[in-house]
Design a protein around this ligand. Structure first.
Ligand code: ZN
Length: 211
């Protein structure tokens, strides 16, 4: 049987030295007072886009939800195990985060597969069922840029899918009410892992611009 990579155990030792053996007031405070992150990030599971690493954050800074292709489903009536929705509810209603960032990225495997396959095509696949959430983004990109390269279409779909998730966030009354009251702000960000750039969606320009 494979053993746990040594790198991980050594990493934890360094983390422990830094936060638990020294007089780390930050961690002591987080343990004593609990977490009060101001920002929630919805990011992809992709190993290259860890929000805490990319944004160089400290423990306690970010409330992070990660799933395939950083998607937010709309409100759904049927009962089920809605992990992403439950985490969003906790972050908004219990922790009172002030910002939600949907963080998309270049070379997203989930979006890439959706675009390459020409739509959701594998009934019974948990991934395909999940990616159905942004089929509308794929379709609109294909209608608007049918002659673009696959790479251009994929990038456009990655960016359009972020907007679908932002729209879906507004289907939850406890998100919408806070946004309308100015207590919560929603952001669409795109991490271009090929060029090391972070872009944000600008409502006025209706486009992504560098941060
Ligand atoms: Zn991804």
């Amino acid at each position: 049987m494979n053993t746990i990579p040594r790198k991980l155990l050594e990493g934890f030792q360094r983390f422990r030295e830094r936060h638990f053996k020294s007089d780390d007031s930050l961690y002591q405070q987080l343990v004593k007072e609990g977490q009060t992150p101001r920002t929630m990030v919805v990011a992809c599971c992709d190993s290259r886009v860890d929000p805490a690493l990319v944004l160089d954050c400290e423990p306690g800074d970010l409330f992070v939800i990660r799933n395939v292709a950083n998607l937010v489903p709309p409100i759904e009536g049927r009962a089920g195990h809605h992990g992403t929705t439950a985490a969003i509810e906790y972050g908004v209603r219990n922790l009172g985060v002030e910002h939600i960032i949907v963080l998309g990225h270049a070379q997203c495997g989930g979006i890439g597969a959706l675009v390459r396959s020409g739509g959701v095509s594998n009934p019974g696949s948990f991934i395909d069922d999940w990616m159905c959430l942004v089929e509308s983004a794929r379709r609109s990109v294909m209608e608007e840029m049918p002659n673009a390269t696959l790479k251009e279409q994929t990038r456009a779909c990655e960016q359009r899918a972020i907007l679908v998730s932002l729209d879906n966030l507004m289907t939850f009354s406890w998100v919408r009410e806070r946004v309308e009251a100015g207590k919560l702000r929603l952001h669409g960000w795109y991490f271009d892992i090929e060029h090391g750039q972070l872009l944000r969606y600008d409502e006025t320009a209706r486009d992504y611009i560098a941060l």
